[in-house]
Design a protein around this ligand. Structure first.
Ligand SMILES: Cc1cc2nc3c(=O)[nH]c(=O)nc-3n(C[C@H](O)[C@H](O)[C@H](O)COP(=O)(O)O)c2cc1C
Length: 149
């Protein structure tokens, strides 16, 4: 299975999260993975796209939203998983619905292909939160498992 992780970032946490995903994917047999920024994508010959953005001022980054909008045709027959990175996670369970409706939905509704899974990961401001590594890797494994059926 060919997998492409597409992400953008301002301060690096979404990149670190994409790297943890890559580590997990590289450990799996029959998976060939790469990670790229939206501006670097020219080839849509992958089976699965994992697409993510940090949240700034209540929104996913424009580069990622615009990328999904302008490539609806290219994703039509593809499997897509979505993730966001945000700090609202720290407010706990009560924010789950808010994150789903305000942070994930703007990306989810632009997916023209088959949406496999979506997820919000807890970001950080300065020092990487290494506790997220396990979460990220587990979720990535779950996405691949879902695609294998
Ligand atoms: C100026 C600024 C605005 C932010 N706005 C939000 C926000 O509206 N909601 C939220 O949950 N997190 C917000 N965050 C937290 C970021 O989503 C978080 O730090 C994330 O890890 C940044 O990702 P990046 O390092 O990949 O750019 C904001 C952070 C900054 C610095």
């Amino acid at each position: 299975m060919k997998v492409c992780i597409i992400y953008d970032t301002k301060r690096g946490s979404a990149r670190q999260i994409a790297r943890w995903m890559m580590e997990e994917l590289e450990d799996l047999d029959n998976v060939k993975a790469e990670m790229k920024k939206p501006s670097e994508i020219s080839d849509f010959g992958h089976d699965l796209f994992i697409i993510g953005s940090p949240i700034y001022w209540e929104k996913p980054m424009k580069s990622v939203v615009d990328f999904l909008s302008s490539n609806q045709n290219n994703f039509k027959d593809k499997k897509v998983a979505i993730f966001v990175v945000c700090i609202a996670e720290i407010f706990g369970k009560g924010t789950e619905k808010y994150i789903k409706n305000h942070y994930l939905k703007p990306l989810e509704e632009k997916v023209s292909g088959s949406l496999i899974k979506s997820k919000s990961f807890k970001g950080w401001m300065r020092k990487p939160d290494c506790k997220q590594e396990k979460n990220v890797k587990e979720w990535t494994r779950g996405v691949i498992k879902e695609c294998s059926f």
